[in-house]
Design a protein around this ligand. Structure first.
Ligand code: F6P
Length: 549
């Protein structure tokens, strides 16, 4: 395949970038009254206004032409068709099969995976219902009141953030607590607040080899035994989600308490699998299913909609535009909805673990930028801190604003203020405020002209800062499912353009290996000459601080 940067469509975009760099969106809005109407799209209850972007129709056409030229159509078919597109691990990538309600088979290596997917879904349903109804009892005959969900990365972020985002839909049958970090403070605090007779531990680890998750589960099991439970009782209080059934049973989890997953589900794409069990336990199975249905709707939209009205494609190509032609190093996500405050952290793993790559699928070192840094937090809080840099700093930071038009138990005044801040920020970023406007504002402020000019200069807002605005009605399970799938497909499209494998994560492996060696060092089981001088010094400091007194 032609390299990305020598692709004629890429070169055309370079020329277009040079030609629009000095243009201001404020002028485009003034010149074209239909801009906002033209540059919007809608699918699955999600409305996208992308008119506040530094693009003309010609640029958009150029971006879609690049997507076609890079083989987006066939790449998409390969993913949905179960081809082993995760080439370094020789695996299919089929999170879409986990939410496939089409009734159609999905084949991997000549075998339909849907019967197993549906059987696991049914197991999640019956288990959730037995916990909620009180039929599933602990070893002393008490029903479950608290669930402690242990996992990390994709085996944590999805379940935690979805249950947080859907707080208004939670069932009051059980409280779900999440623990990820190996920092013992967290598990200790959580276990201190629950009664072992009424607690169910859900251990989620696709590999069943992740240090943090294994250690937290051992700590939970030791706590359970110390509180009075026996090894035999563990079966009533511990379940696991894993694709490594052998390791889970070796650990002591009863086989019937293991919810399966498969190697064709990537960690950061796994919330739709049994990794979502804590979501079902928190919200009830029907709401979990709603999430899956919403994602399935977005899958269909992504597969079927023409590129120019395809939400994931539009957002992906705008991202490529800024990353590769405007040198934008990061993208900020700004959910104006308190319950959706975790989404930036979720998309951070999804995007940065997927597209934070330096080698193409063909094994060439890339000669173009790949995945951006993803960050952000809930609005309006950021307006009183980091928005300063987005407005007046020297980096270009494209922003995704998002807002539900209605919220449950709405307080109209609060909600109107929230919305006005959200829209107001997009406006301020786009139009800015000129020096002349700032200078005029200072009329009558009693300043001499030199001071007036000086202050006006500091107050000048360049504007021309791009943003997307995503609106939806209430954030119900279905809409959230669609929203998350929208970001998944956006990341996929960008991976296709940059020609990286979006589904492996070799970059996190070295740290795991060295972390274990350092642990040996701390525990006095490793030779000092294994470590560089700095690391050795750190180890020694730790050992000294923890030496028996
Ligand atoms: O360390 C990265 C990672 O492999 C993620 O991709 C994954 O989501 C997480 O660790 C947890 O892995 P597991 O589910 O195997 O415990």
């Amino acid at each position: 395949m032609t390299t990305l940067t020598s692709q004629p469509e890429w070169q055309r975009l370079s020329e277009l970038a040079a030609s629009v760099k000095d243009a201001h969106m404020r002028d485009w809005f003034a010149q074209d009254p239909s801009r906002a109407e033209t540059m919007q799209a809608e699918a699955c209850g999600i409305h996208l206004d992308y008119s506040k972007n530094r693009v003309t129709q010609e640029v958009l056409d150029g971006l879609f032409e690049l997507a076609s030229a890079r083989g987006l159509d066939s790449a998409r078919s390969e993913m949905f068709g179960g081809e082993p597109i995760n080439t370094t691990e020789n695996r299919a990538v089929l999170h879409t099969a986990l939410r496939n309600f089409s009734g159609q088979p999905v084949m991997v290596d000549g075998e339909d995976v849907m019967p197993e997917v549906l059987a696991t879904l049914e197991k999640i349903r019956t288990f959730t219902e037995s916990v909620h109804s009180g039929e599933h009892k602990g070893y002393t005959g008490k029903p479950v009141k608290d669930v402690v969900a242990i996992g990390i990365g994709g085996s944590f972020l999805g379940p935690k953030i979805m249950t947080e985002a859907l707080k208004p839909y939670r069932s009051d049958a059980v409280n779900v607590h999440f623990v990820a970090n190996v920092d013992g403070c967290h598990i200790k605090d959580v276990l201190a607040g629950v009664d072992h007779e009424e607690t169910l531990v859900v251990m989620s680890s696709k590999s069943f080899s992740t240090q943090e998750t294994l250690q937290n589960t051992v700590t939970a099991r030791d706590w359970f035994l110390a509180q009075g439970g026996t090894q035999e009782d563990v079966a009533k209080h511990f379940v696991a989600v894993s694709s490594n059934v052998k390791a889970a049973t070796d650990f002591g989890i009863a086989e019937h308490n293991i919810f399966p997953m498969w190697d064709w589900v990537g960690g950061r794409y796994s919330l739709w699998s049994a990794i979502g069990l804590p979501i079902s336990l928190s919200l009830g199975f029907e709401n979990f299913k709603g999430l899956l249905e919403g994602a399935h709707e977005m899958d269909n939209h992504f597969k079927d909609a023409p590129l120019k009205s395809n939400l994931p494609v539009i957002m992906a190509m705008l991202g490529v535009w800024y990353r590769n032609f405007f040198d934008a190093q990061s993208t900020v996500m700004l959910p104006y909805y308190h319950y959706l405050r975790g989404l930036p952290a979720y998309v951070q793993q999804l995007d940065m673990e997927s597209n934070g790559k330096q080698v193409t699928k063909d094994g060439e070192v890339v000669d173009h930028e790949t995945g951006p840094i993803i960050w952000g937090s809930e609005g309006t809080n950021g307006q009183h801190s980091f928005h300063q840099l987005i407005h007046q700093g020297t980096s270009l930071i494209p922003a995704d604003f998002m807002l539900p038009l209605n919220v449950p138990n709405q307080d109209d005044t609060h909600h109107a203020m929230l919305a006005s801040n959200c829209f107001g920020q997009t406006q301020a970023l786009m139009q800015g405020k000129t020096f002349d406007e700032c200078y005029a504002d200072l009329e009558g402020a009693g300043l001499d002209d030199e001071t007036r000019q000086h202050i006006a200069l500091h107050k000048t807002m360049p504007g021309n800062k791009p943003s997307n605005t995503l609106l939806f009605n209430q954030l119900d399970p279905k809409t959230l499912g669609s929203l998350v799938a929208l970001y998944e497909h956006k990341v996929f499209v960008q991976g296709v353009i940059w020609q990286v494998n979006s589904f492996d994560q070799w970059g996190v492996e070295l740290g795991k290996v060295l972390g274990n060696q350092v642990l040996d060092g701390i525990q006095g089981k490793a030779d000092a000459d294994q470590f560089d001088a700095s690391t050795l010094q750190l180890i020694e400091k730790f050992r000294n601080a923890n030496a028996p007194k």
